[in-house]
Design a protein around this ligand. Sequence first.
Ligand code: NDP
Ligand code: HSE
Length: 426
Amino acid sequence: MREIKVGIIGFGTVGTGTAKILISQRELIKKRTGIDIILKRVADRDLERPREINLPKGVLVQDAWEVIRDPEIDIVIELVGGIHPAKDFIMEALKNNKHVITANKALLAEEGNDIFNLAKQKRLQVGFEASVGGGIPIIKVMREGLVANKMLAIYGIINGTTNYILTKMTDEGIDFQDALREAQNLGYAEADPTLDIEGIDSAHKITILASLAYGIPLNFKKVYCEGITKITAQDIAFAREFGYRIKLLAIAKILNGEIEIRVHPTMIPENYLIAKVDGVFNAIYVEGDNVGATLYYGRGAGSLPTGSAVVADVVDIAKGNGLIPIDFSEKLSIKPVEEIESMYYFRFTALDRPGVLSKISGVFGENNISIASVIQKGRSKAGAVPLVILTHRAKEKDVLRALQTIDKLPVVAAKSVFIRVEGQES
Ligand code: NDP
Ligand code: HSE
């Protein structure tokens, strides 16, 4: 029987899940593939912390270089996270002729071109199934399952932490900080949760998916990114009243040869399947020109789901079944967000006086923005009330220009809020 030896660097949430699966499923994988996958080394700087798994004696070491420089190890699995030293570990492993697997979407989105170029030169594989969608095999779908399609659009809920927070805020009225704390305790959040709540983690992941979909180099810096920290209970309630849910959506699509890649809170009609994806679950909608609409759903984070994706890469590489090579050499331009078109939700804090709506709608008219519906809540002789407007499709640059004018009107008492809306136009 063929033997493949692997080493893990980083014995944290994902490292533990991966080690557990490699050990507990060794026989099953042997039976299914005819390959014996042996976990030879696990490196972590902390040897003392109790983990849910006991490794055989001598497997756990403190120095990552013992994994990278071990001549017997065929595959190095990087699970420490962050840019450095993770990138150094991976580059050195490739230089030492080892295949690499990583769950590190931040590293791939920001510095991945160097990694893929070196792997190509060395004719080695880089497995990154766990970098997007946790346990959902979305990378395999993009590379293999949908290989016969031009990808028209991707809409993803690809951050478990923010989906968990928004779900808790929507269903239980729990406040933002409490929901974030729960997500951290469950091991979903990044070491620095700003990456989750500011949308950066989703932006890392959609950078990877967009490169797979359109063959372009990884270009994280061109991805527009807005997080969920400004979403209020009030906006969640208004969205519901209009029949929508607010989700942090990562979007990539191609229109007339130009690509849009963006992450932002988005209102989605509540009857869409993706609007019903709650908690830590992720879902990715991919539309191909031949296959049409497809949807992938599962746990987007956590020790075992993510470990499951890492081990799938180990098996693929071990089988040596000639994964379709990565080619990120297309030259297509990425649209700045000001150039996109969308429908919009606005919440104005306006004085409750006759003529206010006509003033605001006048500015909309001057900027080619057409109103679809309006709600005004409450009455206040002296104070301000929320005035909520949904629009038809409009250009983002027109929206930004209109808001500059509206926010200066004497009848508007606070900075206005807007959220992009997806779905069919009414
Ligand atoms: P953890 O922080 O739980 O684990 C990382 C481990 O690596 C820690 O034990 C850390 O030690 C150790 N480590 C850090 N630097 C070194 C080093 N130089 N040498 C040896 N060990 C080191 O992170 P996760 O397991 O959550 O995440 C790992 C990767 O997987 C990240 O890239 C993350 O983005 C990605 N990921 C995580 C998911 C999840 O659900 N958690 C899901 C999908 C992807 P110490 O604690 O001392 O820092
Ligand atoms: N912090 C990430 C999330 C982990 O919440 O989705 C999975 O990539």
